[in-house]
Design a protein around this ligand. Structure first.
Ligand SMILES: Nc1nc2c(c(=O)[nH]1)N[C@@H](CN(C=O)c1ccc(C(=O)N[C@@H](CCC(=O)O)C(=O)O)cc1)CN2
Ligand SMILES: NCC(=O)N[C@@H]1O[C@H](COP(=O)([O-])[O-])[C@@H](O)[C@H]1O
Length: 210
């Protein structure tokens, strides 16, 4: 069992990592506007400039930082820089919400017990960055989203929650992606709130609220 993580007595500090439109980030920002939610977004990080996700953070008055892989000689240097920026904000929970980069050893050593990711497929099926496309190509009848604690693999960590949607006969990648996102955002907001208000344990692959 990893060390249990206790509930956070004050507002829990969330750092959110994004690469794209940031609709999951927006859902967290909206939820955190109510102090009863129990958490605040203290910073937003990204691997690229000029995204709507970063604009959403700035509009909410939340500090941002960007680390691009190509600005570093080695991937490990990027990982160290990302780790240092996140650490500066002393997060209780780090959340990847459409963050399209795999983090490395330094990041996981610092935050591996408190780093979660939302993925738009029902893991362990369809890991990677094209979940809805891969699900449609396979011909599945249900799809969905998985929230999990990140480990050193690609979308392999202990699962916190999953939510399911139907796949319609006339779905395109775009329509299925949007249907998944609607339920994915709700799942993310609900589980982040529960985790920070109640604390959690991870025993092997089992995640439990305290
Ligand atoms: N060590 C881990 N890091 C991250 C995980 C994870 O499971 N383990 N989840 C991600 C998010 N993710 C899917 O949810 C994911 C992100 C990125 C990739 C990937 O292959 N990325 C390539 C670049 C792709 C691109 O920029 O177009 C890369 O990192 O070089 C797969 C899955 C959060 N981080
Ligand atoms: N595996 C990574 C991945 O594909 N993540 C997916 O990117 C979307 C981000 O949306 P958003 O930027 O609107 O929150 C989300 O659906 C998330 O599951």
């Amino acid at each position: 069992m990893t060390d249990p993580v206790a509930p956070t007595p004050q507002l829990a500090r969330l750092v959110v990592l994004v690469s794209g439109s940031g609709s999951n980030l927006q859902a967290l920002l909206d939820a955190a506007a109510d102090p009863a939610y129990g958490a605040q977004v203290v910073a937003v990080g990204a691997d690229r400039d000029g995204t709507v996700g970063l604009e959403r953070a700035e509009a909410a008055g939340v500090p941002t930082f960007v680390h691009k892989v190509k600005d570093h000689a080695e991937r490990a240097d990027w990982d160290k820089a990302l780790t240092a920026s996140v650490a500066q904000y002393q997060p209780d929970l780090v959340i990847s919400a459409g963050f399209l980069k795999l983090v490395g050893d330094d990041f996981l050593a610092a935050f591996g017990d408190r780093y979660i990711n939302t993925h738009n497929a029902l893991l362990p099926a369809f890991p990677g960055i094209h979940g809805p496309r891969d699900a449609l190509a396979y011909g599945v009848k249900v799809a969905g989203a998985t929230l999990f604690f990140v480990d050193g693999g690609v979308d392999t960590g202990p699962i916190i929650g999953q939510v399911v949607v139907a796949v319609e006969d006339d779905d395109t990648e775009e329509t299925l992606t949007e249907r998944i996102k609607e339920v994915e955002r709700r799942q993310l907001v609900e589980w982040v709130g529960r985790l920070v208000r109640q604390g959690w344990t991870i025993t092997g692959r089992k995640v439990r609220l305290k």
